[in-house]
Design a protein around this ligand. Sequence first.
Ligand code: PGA
Length: 241
Amino acid sequence: MKVIVTKNYEEMSRIAADMVAEEMKKKEEFVLGLATGDTPVGTYNGLIEKCKKGEIDFSKVHSVNLDEYYPITPDNDQSYRYFMNEKLFNHVNIDKANTFVPDGTAKDPDAFCKEYEAKIDELGGIDVQILGIGRNGHIGFNEPEAELYAYTHLTGLTQNTIEANARFFASEDEVPKQALTMGIKSVFKARRILILASGANKAEAIQKMLKDRISTDCPASLLCLHPDVTVICDEAAYSLV
Ligand code: PGA
């Protein structure tokens, strides 16, 4: 894994946006893998700015999101569909019909997961996947467990993640307890992966991820098996390495 350590969140975001933009310029029908959470917001702002300046064009871009709570409706302001509209899609020239976020209202989640996985393949795979990392080392909602799923699936959230995400809800009880998420193999289908981390609360996860041990106890540690991963993290997140 290539590691870039930045001074702060702003520099992390700028470098990530530059890298994504450079990749987008190479290919018109680009497939962008997206993540939610606080971490990628600065990167999305950078991409919005570049789009407004005419440096990048989303008109032929397809996007695929990592995960979504289940159940949740897209108009719920805590849904990841809502987040993506607000933080990126509404501000760039992407056709929303070309944006894919797992459907938190799917009646048959298992069938939906199979379709989602097939959609990724039909698009020809993801060119660049942006990832955050959980405080517990999760990627998407692939939480630390003895066994991890390979493909898109319905999963339960760990208590750690419910607590971490409770800040966005009125109370912890309101955090959905399940989610639809791409699996490890789905993420690995991406040709290039950028994993972003900022702040001291990610330091333990980054340390575990980079420690040269692979364990399902830290799902992000599996990323060292992928041939093209760049970690962009700030000094605080890198402080325990
Ligand atoms: P965050 O979440 O960007 O809000 O810290 C990252 C994650 O949990 O994957």
